[in-house]
Design a protein around this ligand. Structure first.
Ligand code: BGO
Length: 737
């Protein structure tokens, strides 16, 4: 059998020496077609097996910045060698692996010749080839090209890869939120035009656009001008964005993340260096403390607590101002609009519904600011790195951490990009387990629910309760993941590789832009989805109206109450003057009338469609302490979790003593006899665990490729959430809380 093998590597990695060692005198020199770059070719024959070995020009990358790089890349693509032997200088491992990653990203079969191990050793550097091979998932053979050490093993490994019919999947590296988003968008465009997709992976083409690869850009302009202009627009947009937020550009971000990936590999027991402390980079020095086994977790807990403290302390006043603002608008509407449906819709449906969600904007903003700071500084990636050890124990993967954090692992993310972020996981089982458990994280939409309940019932311990909620979400997610990995999604873990970008001092401008982008996304959602759903739920909470006979009964009660007192008392109530205090009799009558109003409002809400539905559910939900109003809100939460707060706002506004009078929901709940800390805790637990919102379910279906997993996440999560909430409520009640 005859196969073609390409020999590649950085200049000075010992590639020529290895070529000579492998081919001996069986070589000849020509030129690559159309260019003046020398092409050396030789043969290796053994036991009926013959390899044609082509020595590619030495390059540092596969982006067409130089003629050598174009030649090397074209050879790989056009000639499709069975294997690329990548000569890696062991004494300069990180730098050499940069090229290796690019072979892996393009999806060609690679075998590493870990050359110059003797030089590395003499410099106090030792590389664990087996560990490196396990982590990268490709063979790594230590060689000393100068004396032929490792030649036989290298040939055997190359042979094995060449005979393996399985084509490796292209390596997917995460390049950070901004670039990843652009890549997904570009990939979709490239696929829809079928641009070079027979030759390269679509993501790789998108990457080359971002890296300003002239060859690919010219091909694009020539073959698909309209696609090319779309891609260039995306590139320009992300370039401007990176410039504004991080004062950088796509090529630098891509290189940073590739080196981050490499760093993460070598940090995991691959590279042992007798360090000259003075040669450590600042990032490495910081990492020695920040990711150490002892200080790492302590620092991480302190950072999370600090984040919550910062958020709650500084957002307290702005939240109160905004709540006051919505109260004021409510009052204005109440005094200036005539009584009737429109007034009820505006106050109960719109102001209380949407206002309830928008009231939390300052809190969300502070939280996002903190998260952006962790992300832009590079600390978030370190958290993921440390949590990897724990994740493995639960049958997940280090890369799952990123998906968890994106979904709101620290607080304030969204399960939709979280589910998408699982694409970086190679193993389908770990990926499935991750995408089914990321919705347990505390996304930005659940945050207002927690903030509301914490403010109403645990105001003194806000930071600790939020920390507890976070830990609970993680712990629950990990236990469920473990459960899934030993039952429905059994299988081994794959090795972990994650990018560790260098530490950076975040810029104020960058933080402001990132914070605003996320906050704006939240406001838009509240504006569009929540407004629509609020209005629908308001209608469901208003119609059908109480039957006339029932209204007459309340009217009769009112009349009876008024008949029992003298006309001067009635006048006192109907024409109240600002200074005069009500007489005792008038106060009693007033209290009676208020009580009748409240009962009528509640009867009206219960009679409406949503009320009936909530009441039916109450038969079961009572076990967890939820009344019919909470049920309405939780059902609304299936559409979008923000709706929980807005629906509670509407429900409590409609059931108010004065139906058109607004007051902060937290105060209304704290006053309500149906509520208490135990009900709040039970609701918090239910909210953490119950079904993902509709959009997240659709994403789960899309990413897992099966409806059954979307359905599973809705049913399984809701049943689990209910069992936990019932447990908490029943045990709490039995203990007398
Ligand atoms: C000179 N071990 C050691 N110790 N040296 C190696 C090994 C190895 O495994 N592999 C290669 N070298 P190239 P590229 C040289 O040329 O193959 C040495 O660019 C010298 N030259 O012998 O050319 C190799 O093709 C005078 O060293 O690399 C060569 O990838 C004094 O690494 C150098 C000492 O190898 C580069 C060395 C006039």
């Amino acid at each position: 059998m005859k196969t073609t093998i390409a020999l590649a590597g950085n200049p000075n990695s010992g590639k020529t020496t290895l070529f000579n060692t492998l081919t001996g005198s069986h070589q000849h020199v020509g030129n690559y077609p159309g260019v003046t770059v020398a092409k050396k070719q030789g043969t290796y024959a053994d036991n009926g097996f013959e390899m044609t070995i082509v020595d590619l020009p030495g390059t540092y990358s596969l982006t067409a910045y130089s003629l050598e790089e174009v030649v090397a890349r074209d050879f790989l693509i056009n000639e499709k060698p069975a294997v690329v032997i990548d000569t890696v200088d062991a004494s300069n491992l990180e730098r050499n692996l940069y090229l290796t990653l690019q072979f892996m990203e393009i999806g060609v079969p690679v075998c590493i010749a870990l050359n110059m191990v003797d030089v590395a050793k003499s410099r106090g550097i030792e590389v664990d080839a087996k560990r490196l091979s396990d982590l990268l998932g490709i063979p790594v053979i230590p060689t000393i090209a100068r004396n032929g050490t490792g030649k036989k093993e290298l040939i055997a490994a190359t042979n094995k890869v060449a005979l393996d019919p399985k084509i490796p999947n292209p390596l997917i590296i995460s390049y950070g939120q901004d670039v990843d988003k652009a890549l997904v968008e570009m990939e979709a465009e490239i696929n829809s035009y079928d641009f070079l997709t027979n030759t390269y992976p679509a993501r790789w083409i998108a990457l080359k656009y971002l890296e300003k690869d002239q060859q690919i850009i010219s091909l694009g302009k020539w073959k698909n001008p309209s696609l090319a202009s779309k891609l260039e627009q995306i590139v320009n947009r992300v370039s401007r964005h990176l410039q504004d937020t991080l004062d950088t550009y796509p090529e630098a971000v891509i290189a940073d993340h590739r080196y981050g990936y490499i760093k993460s590999v070598v940090k995991q027991g691959v590279l042992f260096r007798q360090y000259d402390q003075n040669r450590l980079y600042i990032s490495d020095k910081i990492d020695k403390v920040v990711t150490s086994r002892f200080f790492g977790p302590l620092i991480m807990i302190a950072v999370i607590l600090g984040l919550y403290h910062f958020t709650f302390t500084y957002s307290e006043n702005p939240v109160a101002w905004l709540e006051g603002f919505f109260e004021w608008i409510g009052m204005l509407t109440e005094t200036h609009l005539p009584d009737g449906l429109i007034k009820s819709l505006i106050i109960a449906g719109i102001i209380d519904g949407v206002g309830g969600v928008l009231g939390f904007v300052p809190l969300i903003m502070f939280m996002f600011f903190g998260i952006s700071m962790l992300e832009d500084s590079g600390y978030l990636a370190r958290m993921a790195f440390m949590l990897d050890r724990i994740f493995r124990a639960f049958g997940l993967h280090g890369s799952s951490v990123v998906a968890f954090i994106v979904s709101g692992g620290i607080a304030g993310g969204c399960a939709v990009p979280g589910v998408m972020a699982t694409r970086t996981l190679k193993s389908p089982r770990e990926r499935l387990a991750t995408l089914l458990t990321v919705p347990f994280m505390n996304c930005g939409a659940k945050l207002p629910v927690f903030a509301l309940l914490v403010a109403a019932f645990f105001a003194e311990n806000e930071t600790m309760v939020m920390f507890f909620i976070t830990i609970l979400a993680w712990f629950g997610a990990l236990l469920v993941a473990k459960f899934l990995r030993v039952t429905v999604i059994k299988g081994d873990c794959t090795p972990f590789v994650m990018e560790l970008p260098p530490y950076r001092l975040p810029t104020l401008k960058g933080l402001a832009i990132h914070t605003w982008e996320r906050t704006w996304h939240y406001i838009k959602k509240a504006g569009k989805i929540v407004l629509g759903i609020s209005i629908i739920l308001w209608a469901m909470m208003t119609y059908p109206n109480l039957p006339d006979s029932k209204i007459q009964e309340f009217e009769a009660e009112r009349r009876a109450a008024k008949i029992a007192v003298s006309s001067s008392v009635i006048e006192e109530i109907e024409t109240p003057s600002e200074n005069n205090e009500l007489s005792k009799e008038a106060q009693i009558l007033n209290a009676r009338l208020v009580n009748i109003d409240a009962r009528q409002a509640e009867a009206g809400l219960k009679y409406a469609i949503a009320g009936r539905f909530g009441s039916v559910l109450e038969n079961v939900s009572r076990w967890a302490g939820f009344d019919w109003r909470t049920n309405i809100a939780l059902v609304g939460g299936f559409a979008a979790k923000e709706v929980i707060v807005s629906t509670l706002g509407t429900a409590y506004s409609l059931g108010e003593v004065d139906p058109e009078q607004t007051e902060p929901l937290s105060r209304a709940l704290a006053k309500d006899s149906e509520w208490g800390p135990l009900v709040a805790l039970s609701l918090i637990i239910f909210t953490i665990f119950y079904s993902p919102c509709f959009v997240a379910v659709i994403c789960i279906v899309k990413e897992s490729g099966a409806w059954k997993w979307g359905l599973f996440s809705m049913v399984f999560n809701t049943v689990l959430a209910f069992i936990l909430a019932v447990l908490v409520f029943q045990v709490g009640s039995a203990l007398g809380y």
